[in-house]
Design a binder for this molecule. Sequence first.
Ligand SMILES: Nc1ncnc2c1ncn2[C@@H]1O[C@H](COP(=O)(O)OP(=O)(O)OP(=O)(O)O)[C@@H](O)[C@H]1O
Ligand SMILES: [Mg+2]
Length: 245
Amino acid sequence: MSDAAIVFDQVHKRFGDFTALAGFSERVGKNEVIVLCGPSGSGKSTLVRTVNRLETLQGGRVLVHGQDVAERTVNVDVLRRGIGFVFQQYNLFPHLSAIDNVAIGLRRLLGQQKDSAADQALALLARVGLKEKAHRRPSGLSGGEQQRVAIARALAMKPAILLFDEPTSALDPQMAGEVRSIISSLADDDMTIMCVTHDMGLAASMADRVWFLEGGALVESAAPGDFVRSENPRVRNFLSKILPH
Ligand SMILES: Nc1ncnc2c1ncn2[C@@H]1O[C@H](COP(=O)(O)OP(=O)(O)OP(=O)(O)O)[C@@H](O)[C@H]1O
Ligand SMILES: [Mg+2]
Protein backbone atom coordinates (compact mmCIF):
# COMPACT_ATOMS: atom_id res chain seq x y z
CA MET A 1 0.00 0.00 0.00
CA SER A 2 2.84 2.35 0.76
CA ASP A 3 3.76 2.97 -2.89
CA ALA A 4 0.25 4.14 -3.76
CA ALA A 5 -0.42 7.87 -3.91
CA ILE A 6 -4.15 7.42 -3.43
CA VAL A 7 -6.07 4.43 -2.12
CA PHE A 8 -9.86 4.21 -2.30
CA ASP A 9 -10.91 1.53 0.15
CA GLN A 10 -14.60 0.55 0.03
CA VAL A 11 -15.68 4.17 -0.36
CA HIS A 12 -19.41 4.68 0.18
CA LYS A 13 -21.03 8.03 -0.44
CA ARG A 14 -24.74 8.70 -0.26
CA PHE A 15 -26.68 11.87 -0.86
CA GLY A 16 -29.92 11.19 1.02
CA ASP A 17 -31.22 7.91 -0.40
CA PHE A 18 -29.05 8.16 -3.48
CA THR A 19 -25.84 6.15 -3.57
CA ALA A 20 -23.18 8.11 -5.45
CA LEU A 21 -20.26 5.81 -4.63
CA ALA A 22 -21.04 2.19 -3.97
CA GLY A 23 -18.05 0.77 -2.13
CA PHE A 24 -15.45 2.03 -4.57
CA SER A 25 -12.03 0.41 -4.20
CA GLU A 26 -8.98 1.19 -6.34
CA ARG A 27 -5.49 2.55 -6.00
CA VAL A 28 -3.53 5.16 -7.89
CA GLY A 29 0.22 4.68 -8.03
CA LYS A 30 2.72 7.47 -7.45
CA ASN A 31 3.00 9.59 -10.62
CA GLU A 32 0.28 7.57 -12.27
CA VAL A 33 -2.15 9.43 -14.53
CA ILE A 34 -5.77 8.32 -14.36
CA VAL A 35 -8.52 9.58 -16.64
CA LEU A 36 -12.07 9.08 -15.34
CA CYS A 37 -15.07 8.90 -17.59
CA GLY A 38 -18.60 7.59 -17.49
CA PRO A 39 -22.19 8.77 -17.82
CA SER A 40 -23.52 11.84 -16.07
CA GLY A 41 -24.24 11.08 -12.42
CA SER A 42 -21.91 8.07 -12.28
CA GLY A 43 -19.93 9.56 -9.39
CA LYS A 44 -16.82 10.89 -11.14
CA SER A 45 -16.82 14.33 -9.52
CA THR A 46 -17.78 12.89 -6.16
CA LEU A 47 -14.89 10.41 -6.29
CA VAL A 48 -12.34 13.07 -7.16
CA ARG A 49 -13.69 15.35 -4.44
CA THR A 50 -13.15 12.67 -1.78
CA VAL A 51 -9.39 12.96 -2.33
CA ASN A 52 -9.10 16.43 -0.86
CA ARG A 53 -11.86 15.78 1.65
CA LEU A 54 -14.56 17.83 -0.01
CA GLU A 55 -17.00 14.99 0.71
CA THR A 56 -17.70 13.18 3.97
CA LEU A 57 -18.11 9.43 3.56
CA GLN A 58 -20.72 7.04 4.89
CA GLY A 59 -18.23 4.20 4.75
CA GLY A 60 -14.71 3.25 3.74
CA ARG A 61 -11.58 5.35 3.61
CA VAL A 62 -9.50 7.42 1.24
CA LEU A 63 -5.76 7.32 1.88
CA VAL A 64 -3.47 9.95 0.44
CA HIS A 65 0.17 8.93 0.71
CA GLY A 66 -0.89 6.42 3.32
CA GLN A 67 -2.85 8.90 5.44
CA ASP A 68 -6.61 8.55 5.96
CA VAL A 69 -7.86 11.99 4.91
CA ALA A 70 -10.85 11.81 7.27
CA GLU A 71 -8.75 11.42 10.37
CA ARG A 72 -9.15 14.18 12.91
CA THR A 73 -5.44 14.77 13.13
CA VAL A 74 -5.27 15.71 9.44
CA ASN A 75 -4.87 19.43 8.83
CA VAL A 76 -7.21 20.01 5.88
CA ASP A 77 -5.37 23.14 4.77
CA VAL A 78 -2.08 21.28 4.57
CA LEU A 79 -3.76 18.34 2.81
CA ARG A 80 -5.35 20.61 0.18
CA ARG A 81 -2.16 22.59 -0.36
CA GLY A 82 -0.54 19.38 -1.59
CA ILE A 83 -3.44 18.59 -3.93
CA GLY A 84 -4.09 20.95 -6.84
CA PHE A 85 -7.68 21.08 -8.06
CA VAL A 86 -8.73 22.51 -11.42
CA PHE A 87 -12.34 22.34 -12.48
CA GLN A 88 -14.62 23.43 -15.28
CA GLN A 89 -15.34 26.90 -13.91
CA TYR A 90 -11.98 28.56 -13.47
CA ASN A 91 -12.96 30.50 -10.31
CA LEU A 92 -10.26 33.14 -10.63
CA PHE A 93 -10.47 36.31 -8.54
CA PRO A 94 -12.09 38.74 -11.02
CA HIS A 95 -10.47 41.84 -9.52
CA LEU A 96 -6.93 40.45 -9.67
CA SER A 97 -4.61 40.22 -12.66
CA ALA A 98 -3.47 36.81 -13.87
CA ILE A 99 -0.13 37.19 -12.12
CA ASP A 100 -1.79 38.18 -8.85
CA ASN A 101 -4.20 35.25 -9.11
CA VAL A 102 -1.18 32.97 -9.17
CA ALA A 103 0.95 34.91 -6.68
CA ILE A 104 -1.73 35.26 -4.01
CA GLY A 105 -1.42 31.64 -2.89
CA LEU A 106 2.36 31.86 -2.80
CA ARG A 107 2.12 34.85 -0.50
CA ARG A 108 -0.83 33.87 1.68
CA LEU A 109 -0.29 30.13 1.94
CA LEU A 110 3.47 29.82 1.58
CA GLY A 111 4.36 33.18 3.11
CA GLN A 112 6.56 34.29 0.23
CA GLN A 113 7.69 37.88 -0.21
CA LYS A 114 5.94 39.98 -2.85
CA ASP A 115 8.81 40.07 -5.35
CA SER A 116 9.72 36.41 -5.26
CA ALA A 117 6.04 35.43 -5.44
CA ALA A 118 5.63 37.64 -8.53
CA ASP A 119 8.75 36.18 -10.17
CA GLN A 120 7.55 32.67 -9.59
CA ALA A 121 4.02 33.48 -10.76
CA LEU A 122 5.41 34.94 -13.97
CA ALA A 123 7.49 31.81 -14.57
CA LEU A 124 4.39 29.66 -14.08
CA LEU A 125 2.39 31.84 -16.47
CA ALA A 126 5.21 31.49 -19.00
CA ARG A 127 4.94 27.75 -18.64
CA VAL A 128 1.27 27.89 -19.65
CA GLY A 129 2.03 30.32 -22.48
CA LEU A 130 0.65 33.48 -20.84
CA LYS A 131 3.69 35.56 -20.01
CA GLU A 132 2.53 38.39 -22.27
CA LYS A 133 -0.92 38.51 -20.69
CA ALA A 134 0.21 38.30 -17.07
CA HIS A 135 -1.19 41.70 -16.14
CA ARG A 136 -4.63 41.22 -17.59
CA ARG A 137 -7.63 40.55 -15.43
CA PRO A 138 -9.74 37.44 -16.08
CA SER A 139 -12.33 39.52 -17.99
CA GLY A 140 -9.61 40.33 -20.54
CA LEU A 141 -8.71 36.68 -21.11
CA SER A 142 -10.43 33.97 -23.14
CA GLY A 143 -11.91 30.95 -21.39
CA GLY A 144 -8.94 28.84 -22.38
CA GLU A 145 -6.52 31.47 -21.09
CA GLN A 146 -8.40 31.70 -17.81
CA GLN A 147 -8.20 27.95 -17.46
CA ARG A 148 -4.45 28.12 -18.07
CA VAL A 149 -4.16 30.69 -15.27
CA ALA A 150 -6.10 28.30 -13.04
CA ILE A 151 -3.61 25.55 -13.90
CA ALA A 152 -0.66 27.85 -13.15
CA ARG A 153 -2.29 28.74 -9.83
CA ALA A 154 -2.63 25.05 -8.95
CA LEU A 155 0.99 24.35 -9.96
CA ALA A 156 2.24 27.18 -7.74
CA MET A 157 1.76 25.03 -4.65
CA LYS A 158 3.98 22.32 -6.21
CA PRO A 159 1.30 19.73 -5.52
CA ALA A 160 2.18 16.04 -5.48
CA ILE A 161 -1.35 15.33 -6.69
CA LEU A 162 -3.35 17.19 -9.30
CA LEU A 163 -7.10 16.74 -9.74
CA PHE A 164 -8.97 17.93 -12.80
CA ASP A 165 -12.75 17.88 -13.20
CA GLU A 166 -13.73 18.39 -16.84
CA PRO A 167 -11.08 21.06 -17.42
CA THR A 168 -11.83 21.45 -21.13
CA SER A 169 -15.56 20.90 -21.34
CA ALA A 170 -16.54 24.58 -21.13
CA LEU A 171 -14.13 25.51 -23.93
CA ASP A 172 -14.49 25.65 -27.68
CA PRO A 173 -12.36 23.14 -29.62
CA GLN A 174 -9.40 25.44 -30.23
CA MET A 175 -9.17 26.64 -26.64
CA ALA A 176 -9.70 23.10 -25.42
CA GLY A 177 -6.75 22.03 -27.57
CA GLU A 178 -4.44 24.59 -25.94
CA VAL A 179 -5.48 23.52 -22.47
CA ARG A 180 -5.22 19.85 -23.43
CA SER A 181 -1.61 20.18 -24.53
CA ILE A 182 -0.66 21.91 -21.27
CA ILE A 183 -2.39 19.28 -19.15
CA SER A 184 -0.79 16.43 -21.05
CA SER A 185 2.65 18.06 -20.66
CA LEU A 186 2.16 17.85 -16.87
CA ALA A 187 1.89 14.08 -17.09
CA ASP A 188 5.65 13.90 -17.62
CA ASP A 189 6.32 15.70 -14.34
CA ASP A 190 6.53 14.04 -10.96
CA MET A 191 2.86 14.30 -10.27
CA THR A 192 -0.03 11.97 -9.66
CA ILE A 193 -2.98 13.07 -11.76
CA MET A 194 -6.68 12.21 -11.72
CA CYS A 195 -8.58 13.87 -14.52
CA VAL A 196 -12.30 13.61 -15.19
CA THR A 197 -12.79 14.11 -18.91
CA HIS A 198 -14.63 12.67 -21.88
CA ASP A 199 -11.85 13.93 -24.10
CA MET A 200 -10.37 10.67 -25.40
CA GLY A 201 -7.64 12.65 -27.17
CA LEU A 202 -6.49 13.90 -23.79
CA ALA A 203 -6.79 10.39 -22.37
CA ALA A 204 -4.69 8.96 -25.20
CA SER A 205 -1.99 11.58 -24.79
CA MET A 206 -1.49 11.29 -21.05
CA ALA A 207 -3.36 8.54 -19.22
CA ASP A 208 -1.76 5.41 -17.87
CA ARG A 209 -5.23 4.07 -17.21
CA VAL A 210 -8.78 5.07 -18.05
CA TRP A 211 -11.43 4.29 -15.45
CA PHE A 212 -15.02 3.96 -16.57
CA LEU A 213 -17.57 4.49 -13.80
CA GLU A 214 -21.25 3.70 -13.74
CA GLY A 215 -23.59 3.88 -10.75
CA GLY A 216 -20.73 4.79 -8.44
CA ALA A 217 -18.71 1.70 -9.27
CA LEU A 218 -15.75 0.90 -11.50
CA VAL A 219 -16.88 -0.95 -14.62
CA GLU A 220 -13.62 -0.90 -16.58
CA SER A 221 -10.00 0.06 -16.00
CA ALA A 222 -7.68 -0.13 -19.00
CA ALA A 223 -4.87 1.59 -20.85
CA PRO A 224 -6.33 4.21 -23.23
CA GLY A 225 -5.66 2.16 -26.37
CA ASP A 226 -7.39 -0.87 -24.89
CA PHE A 227 -10.20 1.22 -23.44
CA VAL A 228 -11.41 2.56 -26.78
CA ARG A 229 -11.40 -1.03 -28.10
CA SER A 230 -13.24 -2.39 -25.04
CA GLU A 231 -15.90 -4.98 -25.79
CA ASN A 232 -17.87 -4.20 -22.65
CA PRO A 233 -21.30 -3.21 -23.99
CA ARG A 234 -21.68 -0.39 -21.45
CA VAL A 235 -18.34 1.07 -22.46
CA ARG A 236 -19.18 0.65 -26.15
CA ASN A 237 -22.52 2.38 -25.66
CA PHE A 238 -20.80 5.27 -23.87
CA LEU A 239 -18.04 5.59 -26.48
CA SER A 240 -20.56 5.54 -29.32
CA LYS A 241 -22.01 8.76 -27.88
CA ILE A 242 -18.74 10.63 -27.36
CA LEU A 243 -16.46 9.49 -30.17
CA PRO A 244 -16.79 10.86 -33.69
CA HIS A 245 -17.85 8.05 -36.03
N1 LIG B 1 -24.42 17.74 -3.04
C1 LIG B 1 -25.22 16.82 -3.60
N2 LIG B 1 -26.48 16.62 -3.14
C2 LIG B 1 -27.28 15.68 -3.65
N3 LIG B 1 -26.93 14.86 -4.67
C3 LIG B 1 -25.70 15.01 -5.18
C4 LIG B 1 -24.79 15.99 -4.68
N4 LIG B 1 -23.63 15.91 -5.39
C5 LIG B 1 -23.84 14.92 -6.29
N5 LIG B 1 -25.05 14.39 -6.16
C6 LIG B 1 -25.61 13.28 -6.95
O1 LIG B 1 -24.69 12.22 -6.95
C7 LIG B 1 -24.59 11.64 -8.24
C8 LIG B 1 -23.16 11.62 -8.68
O2 LIG B 1 -22.77 12.96 -8.91
P1 LIG B 1 -21.40 13.34 -9.56
O3 LIG B 1 -21.38 14.82 -9.62
O4 LIG B 1 -20.29 12.66 -8.86
O5 LIG B 1 -21.55 12.71 -11.00
P2 LIG B 1 -20.61 12.88 -12.28
O6 LIG B 1 -20.26 11.50 -12.72
O7 LIG B 1 -19.51 13.81 -11.99
O8 LIG B 1 -21.63 13.50 -13.35
P3 LIG B 1 -21.39 14.63 -14.48
O9 LIG B 1 -20.80 13.92 -15.66
O10 LIG B 1 -22.79 15.10 -14.78
O11 LIG B 1 -20.52 15.69 -13.91
C9 LIG B 1 -25.49 12.46 -9.15
O12 LIG B 1 -26.67 11.73 -9.39
C10 LIG B 1 -25.76 13.71 -8.39
O13 LIG B 1 -27.07 14.19 -8.63
MG1 LIG C 1 -19.03 15.69 -12.65
